[in-house]
Ligand binder design. Structure first.
Ligand code: NAD
Ligand code: G6P
Ligand code: MN
Length: 447
């Protein structure tokens, strides 16, 4: 007998995000296993959100007229009577992402959304924005859960651990999911869900140690063979999705070189920025970085399609497609709402799961997720190579959060200098000083 599932009320924070239409379509496609009674979108930028909001209104009218819909910039309206907050905000918009990427490049250092100096600068902007969302949720819907994928997730997760330790917030990243989908294709499986994985690390800084099928067969040898030749690029299979931008195609191929450093494990693609920072910098055009590529690519494509839907007053022939890219958000919501005990990678306090690593670090590891939140699975002891790298990186992340809390210039300089991506303390200071200037509107004033 199937039990009747309680319909949920969801607010998406960062309603004007380029990811909002896809997430909404994906939610609508899954209402049999995750029924929805109310769907709201919230942003602090009315003009930007309206582009998405008007199209979403048409999509909902056509596909799910029974779901109550609201687009708002008013926190009380947005956060009242919700069961879940799905948060993907970008404090400072692409305009500031561009600065995060371009300022380090002036000094020959790679600028990246979540890694190195760019990630630190973005972290200093994001902390306040995400805390504000947590506080709205706790004020207006104290029983709700926040599923956060606002970046930089590592720093945001550490900040919420320090400053809102009892908040019902789960931090999650789609990179392992995307790479596991690629692994499934390499293995000829239908879905990443046909695999069970062991993985550990920090966000955008981790390794798979085991991949098995549901019968328990070890799939690592076949994956290693492929990845040692191709990285995670699917070009050799002729199946890499065409919409991949060149910079991502390069990243997937580059995983081959990252893998060589430790052939016992399979790496997250983001490690390339730590092991090959010079090459990444040389490969960048200081006048046209990933932010520009996104503005000219994804943003134009998504917003263009939203405006077309609004003009046509119908979404019947929309080219927005529902990939499985965002399906983990449905899985996570269902796990909490209906106690499904799904196994998922989440960013959680280590607390002994990685036995020989800092207990207070926010680590990315498999967890069993149910109504009372995640139960992390022990990953045992990790080797010296990974441990050493993670110690350095977690120090950076913790120093950023301490710098934000204490408004400390000294600690932020230490964070920049401790980053493996920054060559020395003098360059660290130069980048930091430029970034303080660029982030005046967003960072706390440092002493
Ligand atoms: P975007 O700039 O298109 O959208 C972000 C939206 O957030 C904007 O509409 C902006 O106005 C809004 N916003 C900013 N500050 C806000 C605040 N304080 N309150 C409410 N709204 C606010 O960005 P995007 O490229 O679509 O990405 C959105 C976020 O999702 C980014 O943080 C990105 O890094 C993150 N992301 C994370 C993952 C992951 O693996 N965790 C994957 C994809 C994207
Ligand atoms: C992956 C990461 C995200 C990151 C995104 C950047 O999905 O997991 O954390 O935000 O890539 O993609 P973009 O296309 O914006 O460069
Ligand atoms: Mn991520």
């Amino acid at each position: 007998m199937t039990k009747k599932l309680k319909p949920q009320s969801i607010v998406i924070a960062g309603g004007g995000s380029t990811y909002t239409p896809e997430i909404i379509l994906m939610l609508l496609d899954n209402t049999d296993t995750l029924p929805i009674r109310k769907l709201k979108i919230y942003d602090n930028n009315e003009e930007r959100q309206k582009i998405v909001a008007d199209a979403v209104e048409i999509i909902l009218k056509e596909k799910a007229p029974n779901i109550e819909y609201l687009a708002t910039t008013d926190p009380e309206e947005a956060f009242s009577d919700v069961d879940f907050v799905m948060a993907h905000i970008r404090v400072g918009l692409y305009e500031m992402r561009e600065q995060d990427e371009k300022i380090p490049l002036k000094y020959g250092v790679i600028g990246q959304e979540t890694c190195g100096p760019g990630g630190i600068a973005y972290g200093m902007r994001s902390i306040g924005g995400v805390l504000e969302l947590v506080d709205y949720m706790e004020q207006y819907s104290p029983d709700a859960w926040m599923l956060n994928y606002s970046n930089p997730a590592a720093i945001v997760a550490e900040a919420t651990r320090r400053l809102r330790p009892n908040a019902k917030i789960l931090n999650i990243c789609d990179m392992p999911i995307g790479l596991e989908s690629r692994m499934a294709k390499i293995l000829g499986l239908n879905s990443r869900k046909d695999m069970d994985v062991r993985y550990y690390g920090l966000n955008h800084f981790g390794w798979w140690t085991d991949v098995r099928d549901k019968e328990g067969n070890d799939l690592m040898p076949k994956l290693k063979e492929y990845i040692s030749q191709n990285g995670y690029s699917l070009e050799a299979l002729g199946t890499d999705p065409k919409e991949n931008d060149p910079s991502w195609m390069y990243t997937f191929r580059k995983a081959k070189d990252v893998y060589e450093l430790d052939p016992n494990t399979l790496p997250n693609t983001y490690l390339k920025y730590y092991f090959f920072p010079d090459e990444a910098a040389q490969h960048s055009n200081p006048n046209y970085t990933r932010a520009n590529e996104v503005i000219d690519g994804r943003e134009k494509r998504v917003f263009g399609e939203c405006m077309r839907i609004t003009d046509m007053k119908t979404a019947k022939d929309t080219n927005f497609h529902i990939g499985d890219h965002a399906s983990y958000i449905v899985d996570l919501t269902r796990a909490i709402a209906y106690n499904t005990h799904e196994r998922m990678l989440l960013i959680v306090p280590n607390n002994g799961s990685i036995v020989n690593f800092e207990p207070t670090a926010m680590v990315e590891i498999p967890c069993i997720v149910g109504s009372n939140g995640p139960e992390p699975l022990t990953q045992g002891e990790i080797p010296r190579f990974q441990k050493g790298l993670m110690e350095q990186q977690v120090a950076v992340e913790k120093l950023v959060v301490e710098a934000w809390i204490e408004k400390s210039y000294q600690k932020l300089w230490q964070a920049f200098a401790a980053s493996k991506i920054v060559p020395n303390a003098a360059v660290a200071k130069e980048i930091l000083d430029d970034m303080i200037e660029a982030n005046k509107e967003y960072w706390p004033e440092l002493k």
